[in-house]
Design a protein around this ligand. Structure first.
Ligand code: C2E
Ligand code: MG
Ligand code: MG
Ligand code: MG
Length: 283
């Protein structure tokens, strides 16, 4: 055992790195194929109002229908797309597909509440507003029908440039939501600087409601803060009636989670909308 000193440890580490690099290259090349051959799709998870129980929006979540490995969740390939830069093309596809779908629903006579699209920090460059505008125009979709979810890592970068791009998007009519709130480093003072209209409480703090005291305190603090900043507040990952009741009591505006519905293929989401299905607010 003693013979396994630092040098062999280093070799082992190197081998693992090579393995990781190879795996990343394989995923990257398969992802390019996926994009080209239409293996990517968007699913839609309803957001429901805690006042009316009605569907008030949806989040578009990407899925990869791999020919051999079946459905792959974004957690397994978005990080690779971000590291390799492929996120520009994938992000472009996501925005285009969400707009195409919204237009298709509308043309079929369906009234659709806004669809939220997730953006990676790397997509946030000077050309973003004009790219978004081009896609909206091409599909004849109003900016109010699309909103954008961004994460705290972008705010931490916090340059004037980022704020400027956000202001441009908001001036165009797109609402911005801050995703996974509470997992990063934003403070109240910090948040004020950004034109963000919605905070999404991360599922990590919803899980323990209403039993874990710390989670209750965090959820309460986030809702209070959001109310002071006049921001809408959405709770992610709500799975139980008890979690819903607690969040509703706090004054949270919307809920997104398996309690109401997981992310659904477009046709199934459209069916929920046309049925007018509502969340039962009885705990
Ligand atoms: P997110 O934006 O925070 O999305 C919420 C995640 O929570 C989704 O996972 C959703 O399926 C899951 N979820 C919703 N309700 C529940 C629940 O009640 N219980 C549990 N356990 N989970 C729930 P998903 O679809 O696997 O997406 C993971 C992450 O991948 C997203 O987190 C987002 O950061 C990223 N992502 C997804 N689609 C895109 C995309 O088009 N572009 C980019 N850049 N990122 C994306
Ligand atoms: Mg999101
Ligand atoms: Mg989220
Ligand atoms: Mg999350």
């Amino acid at each position: 055992k003693a013979a396994q000193g630092t040098s062999s440890g280093f070799l082992f580490y190197r081998a693992e790195m090579d393995q990781r690099a190879k795996e990343q290259m394989r995923v990257e090349s398969e992802l390019r194929t996926a994009l080209r051959e239409g293996q990517l799709e968007l699913h839609y998870q309803p957001k429901v109002s805690l006042r009316s129980g009605r569907i008030v929006g949806a989040e578009a979540l990407i899925r990869w229908r791999h020919p051999e490995r079946g459905m792959i969740s974004p957690g397994l390939f978005i990080p690779v797309a971000e590291e390799t830069g492929l996120i520009y093309d994938i992000g472009g596809w996501v925005l285009d597909e969400a707009c195409r779908q919204v237009a298709a629903w509308r043309n079929a006579g369906l009234t659709v509440p806004p669809v939220a699209v997730n953006l990676s920090a790397r997509q946030f460059d000077r050309k973003l507003p004009s790219r978004v505008l081009e896609v909206l125009d091409r599909h004849r979709v109003l900016p109010e029908q699309i909103s954008l979810e961004i994460t705290e890592s972008l705010l931490v970068r916090g340059t004037d440039n980022v704020i400027g791009i956000m202001n441009e998007l908001v001036a165009m009519g797109l609402a911005l939501a801050l995703d996974d709130f509470g997992t990063g480093y934003s403070s109240l003072a910090y948040l004020k600087k950004f034109p963000i209209s919605t905070l999404k409480i991360d599922r990590a703090f919803v899980v323990g409601l209403p039993h874990e005291e710390n989670d209750c305190a965090i959820a309460r603090a986030i809702v209070t803060m959001a109310q002071q900043l006049r921001q809408e507040i959405v709770a992610e990952g709500v799975e139980t009636p008890e979690q819903m009741a607690f969040l509703r009591e706090l004054g949270c505006d919307q809920l997104q989670g398996w309690l109401f519905s997981p992310a659904l293929p477009a046709s199934e989401y459209a069916a929920l909308l046309s049925e007018g299905r509502r969340l039962s607010l009885a705990a």
